[in-house]
Structure formats: structure tokens, C-alpha cells
Design a protein around this ligand. Structure first.
Ligand code: FAD
Ligand code: NAI
Length: 464
């Protein structure tokens, strides 16, 4: 070990930790960042956001080539899958991006340690046999897949998202436990590549917490694509044999047991905070009942000099939320006014079509007794969506009935993940639906559907 005394030490080099490290170095802190993984980028870059999006893109092209492209007068015959090239492409993208963070660490003079870190005392971090000091320690150790009792993961036949990113052949059948974001994204990947995919969801609907209109449309669309759903159903056990996995199921409320068999089972029932090995008990850092590190709203734990950000503190388990918290935490350490607007963090499901959510859902506004207006515009009436051949879905904007301030936006449709961003900006600036409606949008563009939905809030959409 060369250096042993730092201003800031960050444990975990995921989107929260690595971004915090770079920002700390930019602000003149002598900074260390340690991660147990050999490659930087945490869950998101190594086994999360990036490899999943690479496979979503490749599998989408495979499906398009086999189906939709013929309608354009482009006949390519029956496409052949080369899975190892597809997986290799994904790994190469991950490799490039994780090396990119190495480069950024060097450029910003962040000292990097590889190994499991333990906080041995406030201001003291141990990695292997070495110990170094830091005035401020930031816990950014992220999350791990939540286990399901009776369904033991072997990452071959019963896999988490990590195993599902690396299956060596396309299973004939796959059962996904959990109709959330991972289940729908990775379920879609393997369905597009030829697997028969069934999704088992405990609740009465998929994508809990999303706007009900969007959930209705998404369910319809995914069913049409071939995903099968068993809603309101719980898995009570799994038997693994050479020929596949047999799951026992029963209605969520209890009732008759049935079985379902699949070559591969993906367990995707949520993620839980990861704090093993940190020694939090020894140093007295509080965690809540579910294991999340407790912070005071300024990323401070109850122990002076120890902070926490990202998935490990709870809230939306999203890479950009972790990044924002990393930056805000460091800027506060530097005496600046770092802040995160938790009311305007978008969430995107990268299926086809994409689904994007922002701010309040209509159900939340009703429950809160807020007087609101709704503007909705279908992609079917959008010229660009027609030209592209992706007309399913709509844009929905919710605005305060008195002030017209935008309170939420929900999009299912082509490029929803990019389209939501202008509404995020509008919300960040305290904008109204009229602000969006009066903003010039290039024609023809799918973003015009956002403008029209904003116009529809006050009942004056033109193309509907
Ligand atoms: P993490 O990224 O989990 O990083 C924590 C790091 O800490 C890890 O590298 C770990 O090795 C390290 N660590 C833990 N304990 C120690 C220790 N004691 N010592 C040293 N190192 C330690 N989010 C999105 O916003 N968009 C997406 O498209 C998206 N897709 C996803 C797809 C999948 C399949 C999964 C699983 C997640 C996805 N997420 C996505 C969620 C996203 O990955 C997380 O929200 C994000 O990675 C959280 O960042 P973090 O920095 O808090 O923690
Ligand atoms: P999730 O919380 O999105 O979905 C889990 C689903 O499993 C829920 O619908 C839940 O009701 C269901 N469930 C829970 N217990 C169950 C049981 N016993 N049987 C059947 N169903 C059960 O969690 P998921 O999909 O595992 O993803 C974890 C996190 O990773 C998400 O919270 C998300 O923030 C993040 N992520 C984000 C992505 C993105 O932004 N595009 C992509 C993938 C993951």
C-alpha cells in the first residue's frame, strides 16, 4: 500500500461510489475507492444495467429481423442466432465501460483498492491485511438479489439476474418469479431468443407502483408478444432435476397447489441491501429492519464521519439515483449545497416498447386528494411512430388542476426512456403542462406525443 491517509474513502465502486469518488477528487479531496470486484462499476456496469441493455438490444434486433422487418419490404429470411457472439458483444461492452472508469480514476487521481473492505473504527478502513484512514467514509455497497425461501439459486437452472445474463443456450422454457423490472426485461430477452416464458407474480398485477393505465397497456402488449402471466400466485417450493425445475405454486391468498416445469427459473423478486463484511455492528452504524443503512436525509449515518448512499440506503434502486446521491453527499462534505430532487427521478423499463415513469401516478394523486388534470396522447396518432412502425402505447401527463404544475408523467411507447427526460426537466424547473405545450418540438418526432399530451391536459390536443 502506498498511501494510507485519505480525506474521503468510498466503499463500493458502483454508480454511487465511483461517481462520488470522482466528484470528491474534483473538489480537492484526497480520495480512495475500494471494491471487492476486480472491475469497477458495481452491479450496474458488471451484472446489471449495461449487460441487460446490451442483450435487450441484440434480442430486439433478432426479433425484428425475424418478424417486423419484412413489413418494410426487407426480406432477410429466417435469422440464425449466434448466442456466443451475442454474449461476447455484451461482455465486450461491459469490459470497455469498466475500463473507462479505470481511466477516469487515474485522470482524477482517485486511489483504487481491490478487496473486501471492513470499517474497523470511525475513520479506519481495512482491506485484506492493510488498514488506511479517512476523515470521511462513505458506504456505497449497493444491493444483492433477494432470496426466495425454498427456491435455491445455483446460477445454472435456478438463476438470479446475474445467471440470466449468461445462459449458454436458449432454454426451451423459462419461469420468471416476479413480474417487476428484471423479470420483464430479462424475460423479454429470452422470449425473443426463443424460450417460452411464464411470469409468476405474487400481486394481482405486474409492475407494482406504476400508473395503472400503463400497467394495463403493458400487460396487454407483453401477452401479445408471447409472455404468459400467472398473477396473484406464490411459489412455495422448487425441485431440481436433470430434466428441469418443477415449481409448486398456489394462489397468493392460499388454495390448491399446482406445479409448473421449466428448464430455467429466474428469481427476480426484488433486491436487498448488501452490508455483509462491513462490520457495521462493531462500529455502531444503525441499519433498519430490512437491513438498509439509516441516514438522516443528508447521507449521514448515526456515527460521525460515516455516510451512506445508493441502493444500500433504500428508496428507488436505480443507478442514476445512486449517482445523484454520491454527488450530493460529496458536495455537502465540501460545504456546497448538493441536493437530490426525489420527486423527479425517472424510472425506465427497457422492454419493447419502453415504459417510463416520473413523479406521481394517477392512483397516488387520488389517494392524496389532489385536484389534477390528465392529458393523454396515443402513439397511434403520432406520425413518426407510424413511420417507425411502433405505434403501441401513449403519453400521459398529470398536472395540478389549479396551478397546472406537472406532477407526473407516464409513457409506454417507442423511446419512452428518452422522451420522459423533457418532462423531468420541466418538473425540475417547476414547469407547467402549458410550458411543455408551448415548447417547439421538431416534426416528425415521437416527442410531439409528449407535447400533444401536455396540450391535452387543458383539452386542446390538435391531432386527436
Ligand atoms: P452497486 O452498483 O451495487 O455497487 C456496490 C459495489 O460495492 C459492488 O461493486 C460491490 O462489489 C461493492 N462492495 C460491496 N460490499 C463491499 C465491501 N465490503 N468491500 C468492498 N466492496 C464492496 N438501474 C438503472 O437505473 N437502470 C437500469 O437499467 C438498471 N438495470 C438493472 C439491471 C439489473 C439486472 C440489475 C440487477 C440492476 C439494474 N439496475 C438498473 C439497478 C442498478 O444496478 C443499481 O441501482 C445500482 O447499481 C446501485 O448502485 P450502487 O452504487 O448503490 O451499488
Ligand atoms: P422489482 O421490485 O422491480 O420486482 C419484483 C417483483 O416481484 C414485484 O412485482 C413483486 O411483487 C414480485 N414478488 C415479490 N415477491 C414475490 C414472490 N414471492 N413471488 C412472486 N412474485 C414476487 O424487483 P426486481 O425486478 O428484482 O428488480 C430489482 C431492482 O433492480 C428494482 O427495484 C429496480 O429498481 C432495479 N432494476 C432497474 C432496472 C431499470 O431501471 N431498467 C432494470 C432492472 C432492475
Amino acid at each position: 500500500m502506498t498511501d494510507t491517509a485519505f480525506d474521503v474513502s468510498i466503499i463500493g465502486a458502483g454508480p454511487g461510489g465511483y461517481v462520488a469518488a470522482i466528484r470528491a477528487a474534483q473538489l480537492g479531496f484526497k480520495t480512495a475507492c475500494v471494491d471487492a470486484r476486480k472491475t469497477l462499476g458495481g452491479t450496474c456496469l458488471n451484472v446489471g444495467c449495461i449487460p441487460s441493455k446490451a442483450l435487450l438490444q441484440s434480442s430486439h434486433l433478432f426479433e425484428e429481423a425475424g418478424n417486423d422487418i419484412a413489413a418494410h419490404g426487407v426480406n432477410v429470411g429466417t435469422p440464425k442466432l449466434d448466442l456466443s457472439t451475442m454474449l461476447g458483444r455484451k461482455d465486450a461492452i461491459v469490459g470497455d465501460l469498466t475500463k473507462g472508469i479505470d481511466f477516469l480514476f487515474k485522470k482524477n487521481k482517485v486511489t483504487r483498492f481491490v478487496g473486501l473492505a471492513k470499517i474497523t473504527a470511525p475513520g479506519q478502513v481495512q482491506v485484506g491485511n492493510d488498514t488506511y484512514t479517512a476523515k470521511h467514509i462513505i458506504i456505497a455497497t449497493g444491493s444483492e438479489p433477494a432470496p426466495l425461501g425454498g427456491v435455491e439459486v445455483d446460477e445454472k437452472q435456478i438463476v438470479t439476474s446475474t445467471g440470466a445474463l449468461n445462459l449458454s443456450k436458449v432454454p426451451k422454457s423459462m419461469v420468471v418469479i416476479g413480474g417487476g423490472v428484471i423479470g420483464l426485461e430479462l424475460g423479454s430477452v429470452w422470449r425473443r431468443l426463443g424460450a417460452e416464458v411464464s411470469v409468476i407474480e405474487f400481486l394481482p398485477a405486474i409492475l407494482p407502483g406504476m400508473d395503472a393505465d400503463v400497467v394495463k397497456q403493458a400487460t396487454r402488449t407483453f401477452k401479445k408478444q408471447g409472455l404468459k402471466f400467472k398473477l396473484g400466485t406464490k411459489v412455495t417450493g422448487a425441485k431440481v432435476a436433470k430434466g428441469g425445475v418443477t415449481l409448486s405454486l398456489e394462489p397468493a391468498a392460499g388454495g390448491d397447489v399446482e406445479t409448473i416445469k421449466a428448464d430455467v427459473v429466474l428469481v427476480a423478486i426484488g433486491r436487498r441491501p448488501f452490508t455483509d463484511h462491513l462490520g457495521l455492528k462493531n462500529v455502531g452504524v444503525d441499519v433498519d429492519k430490512r437491513g438498509f443503512v439509516v441516514t438522516d436525509g443528508h447521507y449521514k449515518t448515526n456515527v460521525s464521519g460515516i455516510y451512506a448512499i445508493g441502493d444500500v440506503v433504500g428508496g428507488a434502486m436505480l443507478a442514476h439515483k445512486a449517482e445523484e446521491e454520491g454527488i450530493a453527499c460529496i458536495e455537502r462534505l465540501a460545504g456546497q449545497a448538493g441536493h437530490v430532487n426525489y420527486g423527479a427521478i425517472p424510472g425506465v423499463v427497457y422492454t419493447h416498447p419502453e415504459i417510463a415513469a416520473l413523479g406521481k401516478t394517477e392512483e397516488q394523486l387520488k389517494a392524496d386528494g389532489v385536484d389534477y388534470n390528465v392529458g393523454k396522447f396515443p402513439f397511434m396518432a403520432n406520425a413518426r411512430a407510424k413511420a417507425v412502425g411502433s405505434t403501441e402505447g401513449f403519453v400521459k401527463i398529470l398536472a395540478d388542476a389549479k396551478t397546472d404544475k406537472v406532477l407526473g408523467a407516464h409513457i409506454i411507447g417507442p423511446g419512452a426512456g428518452e422522451l420522459i427526460q423533457e418532462v423531468v426537466l420541466a418538473m425540475e424547473f417547476g414547469g407547467s403542462s402549458e410550458d411543455i405545450a408551448r415548447t417547439s418540438h421538431a416534426h416528425p418526432g415521437t416527442a410531439e406525443a409528449v407535447k400533444e399530451a401536455a396540450m391535452a391536459v387543458l383539452g386542446r390536443a390538435v391531432h386527436m
